[in-house]
Design a protein around this ligand. Structure first.
Ligand SMILES: [Zn+2]
Length: 73
């Protein structure tokens, strides 16, 4: 029987590059603006995928107009 030879050296985990940078472009918001309306109790406000929010309105139509004004800027 051949004696057990020394195991081959494995590089430490830190030396292995990550397949993707976790701080990469995945965190950036999508291009463009996609608005929708959101109800807050008796009020309605426009929200956008970019993080923008319109003022609280009593009318959903007004909230939609706020959203339209935001996307047309
Ligand atoms: Zn926006």
């Amino acid at each position: 029987m051949e004696p057990h030879t020394e195991a081959t050296l494995v590089p430490p985990l830190a030396a292995v590059p990550l397949p993707r940078d976790p701080t990469g472009p995945a965190l950036t918001p999508p291009a463009g603006h996609a608005t929708s309306t959101s109800d807050r109790g008796a009020f309605c406000l426009a929200v956008c995928t970019c993080g923008w929010r319109g003022p609280a309105r009593r009318s959903r139509d007004l909230a939609r107009k706020d959203a339209t004004g935001h996307t047309s800027e």
